[in-house]
Ligand binder design. Sequence first.
Ligand code: ADP
Length: 161
Amino acid sequence: MKIAVYPGTFDPVTNGHLDILMRASSIFDVVYVAIVINLRKEPLFSTDERIKLVRECTKDFSNVKIEKFNGLVVDFAQKVGATVVIRGLRAISDFDYEFQMALTNRNLNENVDTVFLMPHKDYTYLSSSTIREIAKFNGDVSGFVPDCVRRAMAKKFRSKK
Ligand code: ADP
C-alpha cells in the first residue's frame, strides 16, 4: 500500500487543490488530506468548516481520507503509515519555500519523501488568499472553486457584514 499525505490549510479548498488531489489519488493507494488546525493567522473558515468543504468536494474520490492535524507533517505521515508528502507547485515562486520544507522534512524523517505535482495550467495562478479577496468584494469565484465552496463563501461574507 502506498499512502500519501496532502497537507495544507485549505482555507478554502480550490479547484487547484482538487486538481492536485485528483492526480495524487490516481498515483497512490490512499491519500490523506491533512488539514492544519493551528494557524498563525485566523482562517476565514474554522477547522470543521474546512473539513466539511473538503469532504463535500471529494465525496467521489474513493481513496481519499480527510483528517485534521496539529504539529509536524512528518509525524502525521508516520502516524497514518504514509511515506510520501504531496505538494502542489504552481510557479517558480512556490519553489524556494517548498524546497526548504521538503529538505527539512527529510531531515526530520528520512523515510518520508516529498512528491511535487503540477496542476493544469489553468490553475497555476490560483490561491486560496486570492479567492478570499475576490469573494470578500462580491466578485465571481465560480470558475475557481466548486459550487459548495462558492456558496459557503457568499454566506460567510454576508454574515460578516
Ligand atoms: P499552505 O497553507 O501549506 O500553503 P494551502 O492550502 O494553501 O496550504 O496549499 C496546500 C498545497 O496545495 C500546497 O502545496 C500548495 O502549493 C498547493 N496548492 C495550492 N493552490 C494550488 C493550485 N492552484 N495549484 C496547485 N497547487 C496548489
